[in-house]
Design a protein around this ligand. Sequence first.
Ligand code: NAD
Length: 497
Amino acid sequence: MIQSVPLFIGGEFCQSQTTEWVEVTNPATSEVIAKVPCATEQEMEHAIKNAAETFKSWKDVAISERARVMLRYQHLLKEHHDELAELLSKETGKILIDAKGDVWRGIEVVEQAANIASNMMGETVENVATDIDSYSMIQPLGVCCGITPFNFPAMIPLWMFPLAIAAGNTFVLKPSEQVPLTAMRLAELFEQAGAPKGVLQVVHGRKEQVDTLLKHPVIRAVSFVGSVPVAQYIYKTGTDYNKRVQAFAGAKNHMVVMPDANKAQVINNLVGSSVGAAGQRCMAISVAVFVGSTKEWIEDLKTEMAKMQPGAWNDDKAAYGPLISREAKNRVVALIEEGKAQGAVCQLDGTQCNVEGMPQGNWLGPTLFTGATTDMSIYEQEIFGPVLVCMEVDTLDEAIELINNNPYGNGTSIFTANGAAARKYQHEIQVGQVGINVPIPVPLPFFSFTGWRGSFYGDLHAYGKQAVRFYTETKTVTSRWFDDDIPTGPNLTIQLR
Ligand code: NAD
């Protein structure tokens, strides 16, 4: 029998009463592995009200106790790391090593959440006027929510609810309806870690359920990660309803290849960062910018890329898994065909790819384009598949101009042996996350995930200190005490608790 994914409301896993369900499929086989409910209006209301009620007590739980929940959670996640990775592989098709990375990058954020007290310290200035002191304190907002995409079912929910909750908020998570199973396991482990009932709610659904969150007066902040049109919609609607919003969107990440770079490193890193996870990473390299003579390396790049073939999650030889759905594959194939029709040269064409014994999988082979121009769809749009577009320029200045003219600004990297070129690049490039000889420069959680321009709508970014600011409010106190109020005579009691 097909598993019905429950909701998680008020600390209880419960079956939805909805009549609307979405099938969850294994993208390597197209087998239906579960069905996920689109929560009813009543269930949404119940989850939000529960979060609001729990907030009243959770905000006053000692910060060290809130941190201890995260310590226990981190421990449990590590203990169940491999099991979570396998579950995640089943619903995303990710190969095991990638799935493990997904879980691990999430665990690292939970570690930061356990360090919440040092990120919630206010400031003090004594004697702002004679005998008057001013100090600030950081307080939680209330009920926050998170809407997450399919491509990192562990890491991205873990970017959100542990920090928000450690900061004293309660949280409503709406995971991607394509990959709800990992999120439910994350919730189970959170409960086992001793999180009080009602601190985290998990609801399921699509636009309608997201709209309820965006418009509900109780919700104070919205964290979103997903595609560009939805991010724009979430930012606009959420802010119209007076919510704080951070919306992380799509990307087109360029890697610049300088003539003094180590050729073997360039090729290795380009291959891994473009086709890894079937290109379904918001930080995947999707454009290689060859400077000067390095365009001669494209032939060797093509040879190495061609060796990368997709396969099942537990196949050691597979370089990556399938695309998430038939719809996603059809979209990528259509973009590849459009690229050819618009005159780009398809050096490697992955559209006819098959994997033995798995004819129903959404497979796509590595695909490489040269001769593209900036007005072609394969350059303008995020493809989100194992597709690399090669551009050629004569100088570093031209490479910088090309990238700064692209609307996205999530990640980029430069491969070079020249410190001055690297310094110029990091300074002038209008992209929020820069790698120097590092292809996918995702910051660790003591920093923040800092996409720019068309890849991000909002002000404060995910995890790190910025996320703590996002999920909190600053209160400033100015205080004055009069000497006359100091009691005279001895006070012999010591009251400590
Ligand atoms: P998506 O935008 O289709 O879905 C994301 C979430 O939004 C899901 O929970 C979905 O149910 C919900 N949603 C979908 N349509 C909606 C609508 N019309 N109104 C309200 N909610 C809606 O994204 P996806 O396909 O799941 O994820 C892939 C995208 O996410 C890619 O574009 C990728 O670049 C992006 N992404 C960005 C980052 C980043 O940090 N910038 C990280 C990971 C993924």
